[in-house]
Design a protein around this ligand. Structure first.
Ligand code: DX5
Ligand code: ZN
Length: 218
């Protein structure tokens, strides 16, 4: 599939989500951060807004669920129109069952790891997943500084995906910008979330193109 860019709407103008989504037509995905004020200390949006966004935008939605009890809530995001749904392993009671349920509903199943969560514990789960998300900041807020300490985990995840001959995408999220994207790509990431870098740029589509070029060059 190659390099893909998934701008995070978290850094956009929440009073104008549909027109903000339309500014990133060059992107592969629209990254939608769902936060519940429990799994992370911030509250964003949920099912009704995701459903409305899906109707308003032609870019497929990549829903990143930073919520407790994803076992209960994640499948509904597929029904609301998400083509990819990522739950956090730290919050899931039964990640295998949940990933299978998401796939059975027709979505790509993603699993996220916070910076302190190691990948090695989850090697055997990789065949159940379409995407592994390595957070490169503590989840909860945009505009945080990229954590270089996560690079070895990106590298390790890429090794494990290759060792098993899998086609699991490797997404990075948090502090991704023109400054940091090459490091992530070089370590083996192939799906790049960027919030502030894209939506605080004068021309978000031009930034999407520049990020893609930088990742492809790495
Ligand atoms: C943070 C979210 C990110 C956030 C990234 O918890 O998961 O998707 O929007 O924002 P930047 O790119 O500004 O770090
Ligand atoms: Zn995110």
């Amino acid at each position: 599939m190659g390099i893909q860019i998934s701008p995070s709407l978290l850094a956009s103008d929440f009073a104008n989500l549909a027109s903000e989504a339309a500014r990133i037509s060059h992107a592969d995905w629209l990254h939608v951060d769902v936060m519940d004020n429990h799994f992370v200390p911030n509250l964003t949006l949920g099912l009704p807004i995701v459903e409305a966004l899906g109707k308003a935008s032609s870019t497929p939605m990549d829903c990143h669920l930073m919520i407790e009890d994803p076992d209960r809530w994640a499948p509904a995001y597929v029904e609301a129109g998400a083509k990819s749904v990522t739950f956090h392993v730290e919050a899931a009671a039964a990640p295998v069952r949940l990933a299978r349920e998401l796939r059975a509903l027709g979505a790509r199943a993603g699993m996220g790891l916070k910076p302190a969560t190691p990948i090695d514990l989850y090697e055997d789960l990789l065949p159940e997943l379409d995407m592994l998300l390595v957070m490169t900041v503590e989840p909860g807020f945009g505009g945080q500084e990229f954590l270089d300490m996560c690079l070895p985990k990106i590298r390790r995840t890429r090794e494990l995906v290759e060792k098993h001959g899998l086609d699991v995408w490797l997404q990075v999220d948090g502090g991704v910008s023109l400054e940091t994207i090459e490091r992530c790509a070089e370590a083996g990431a192939d799906v790049f979330v960027a919030g502030s870098a894209v939506f605080k740029a004068d021309d978000p589509n031009a930034m999407v193109d520049a990020l893609r070029d930088a990742a492809e060059r790495a």
